[in-house]
Design a protein around this ligand. Sequence first.
Ligand code: ZN
Length: 247
Amino acid sequence: MSVTFAQISDCHLFAEPSKCHHDANVYQHLCRVLHDINQRDEISFIVFTGDLTQDHSEESYQLFIGAFSAIIKGKPLYYIAGNHDEPLLLTRYFQGEQIYQDKTIELNAWQVHLIDTKSETPAGKWHEREENRLANVINSDKAQCLLMHHHVKDVGYFIDKHHVVNQHDFVQFTDNYKNICIVACGHVHNALTMTLGDIPFYTCPATSIQFDKTVATVANSKLPPGYRLFTLNPDKTFMTEAIFLAE
Ligand SMILES: [Zn+2]
């Protein structure tokens, strides 16, 4: 059976639900995205790829979990930290029935891995500890879907200053695994489709704001909030689509 999951990313919440980020009410945007996901029966789980918070407050974590628990019914949540997030706070607040700590999701023909790229700076890192973990869990009989916060290939605008700094190490890693079928990330606040050599590489629209690619700093392109869907098929083919909410 095919399995469909939703990737959400880059919520950038504040302690106050009314506060705006570059003219966007990021809390309302997140709630709208969650409602849209909840009403799609085909989605079996949700992966959050980081940057929950903008103001780094504990209240922002509580808002995220409150919205998730109130809106989402019967769709488990998996997660990783973004550069803005505090892993200890994620662990503290990401508790409850529908929330899973697992970083590898086992499906019949696929493995979905959530990979930590957080470093001491806003930029990302391909960590040796994550490479070693994957080397232990990757099943050569299954297709591989790798999800992370930071981008492992430059996208051509200002966010590239916060890319994965050792992209070459990641490429070397992927050379050892011919069954890596999808690499995807958040962080760049746009829905892009690219390739890493032969491997399809996708980025996720933010639930908060989409970046204006023509400006050298954070600016709101005024595209609506969104998320990404992946459908993984038993024959190891897949489909993906970026969903933007109607105004
Ligand atoms: Zn980020």
